[in-house]
Design a protein around this ligand. Structure first.
Ligand code: ADP
Ligand code: MG
Length: 309
């Protein structure tokens, strides 16, 4: 174990109790580790518990039980050090429109008690490509620029960990790309990134590892590569010259989507059966294959599968 454990979560639980009759278990026995230098993505549908988790880390929500360690500091023992170790990029843009990006970063630095000579305002502005806008009113910035300013704000105290809660929700594609460039650049400089997102293809491209939360339960935790490999549903459409005699029990993992005289559509698990076995099954019935088209599964498949019910 040469890489430092940036995040170490043990048996974490959060129950919101509005009144005695109705309580919500937002986090259910979560165990998780994130290593130094990773880009870790937490995915999950609405209400999965992603924000609850992040709010526990940032100190705005109190956990019900369990252990939270950030950068080697235990949240119950050293909450200040935990807070100093992370920079949080919130989901909502809440910046005073009459301040300039430079003012905002300077104010934030003041709040953290960083001396003038130790401030890194200019290099942060450069990192998020806002150096040209340093002296503009933030109300004049585009949505994407405002987001990048939020990232900049989270960097003022040079935290080794940056946490972003759905940073690209509602941001258009071009600006999203710019934001992710900033995040990747930060990561290259050694900052560990933890993010939540709804955009699965984004997680696929950005994250080294992914955890999937569903109703407070961690239903998957693996490298992005393994996650894609592990449950890969493929959809195949065969054009045939006759109806294939097949049912859901004919071949391992094969599910019939539709079976017509001239077309058979199935789904199958790539790791359970090879397509050549399916073709052989059809050929053995003296049926001619006229055409084959396949549809590759992506993280969407894994996600839907794991969060169904
Ligand atoms: P996500 O960010 O993944 O959408 P949240 O962490 O916001 O999920 O919510 C998880 C669950 O906890 C949901 O069922 C939500 O209704 C509930 N919840 C969140 N915040 C509160 C709160 N302050 N009081 C009561 N229930 C809450
Ligand atoms: Mg949320």
């Amino acid at each position: 174990m040469n890489k430092k454990n940036v995040l170490y979560i043990k048996d974490l639980n959060k129950i919101y109790s509005k009144n005695s009759s109705k309580s919500v278990k937002a986090i259910n026995n979560l165990n998780l580790e994130v290593k130094e230098g990773e880009i870790f993505g937490l995915l999950g549908p609405n209400g999965a518990g992603k924000s609850t988790f992040i709010n526990i880390l940032s100190g705005t929500t109190i956990k019900t039980s369990g252990e939270v360690n950030v950068w080697g500091f235990n949240l119950d023992i050293n909450p200040r050090q935990v807070r100093a170790s992370i920079g949080i990029v919130p989901q909502e843009v809440n910046i005073d429109p009459f301040f300039t990006p430079r003012n905002i970063l300077e104010l934030q630095a003041g709040m953290y008690g960083i001396k003038k000579k130790d401030r890194i305002t200019d290099s942060i502005l450069k990192l998020v490509s806002l150096e040209k806008q340093a002296k503009s009113y933030t109300r004049a910035l585009s949505g994407g620029m405002k987001r990048r300013l939020l990232v900049a704000k989270a960097l003022v105290h040079k935290p080794p960990i940056i946490i972003l809660d759905e940073p690209t929700a509602g941001v258009d594609v071009e600006l999203r790309t710019k934001l992710w460039e900033s995040v990747k650049l930060l990561n290259k400089q050694g900052v560990t990134i933890i993010l939540t997102t709804h955009y699965l293809n984004e997680a696929e491209q950005m994250c080294d590892r992914i955890g999937i939360l569903n109703k407070g339960n961690l239903v998957a935790l693996d490298t992005t590569k393994n996650l894609l490999k592990r449950i890969q549903t493929k959809i195949v459409r065969f054009s045939v010259n006759n109806k294939v005699n097949i049912n859901n029990n004919s071949l391992k993992s094969v599910n019939i989507i539709s079976n017509e005289i001239n077309e058979l559509q199935i789904s199958y698990e790539k790791n359970a059966i090879n397509i050549s076995e399916i073709i052989k099954f059809i050929n053995d019935q003296n049926i001619k294959l006229l055409d084959i088209s396949t549809d590759d599964g992506d993280l969407e498949d894994v996600f839907i599968r794991l969060t169904k019910n």
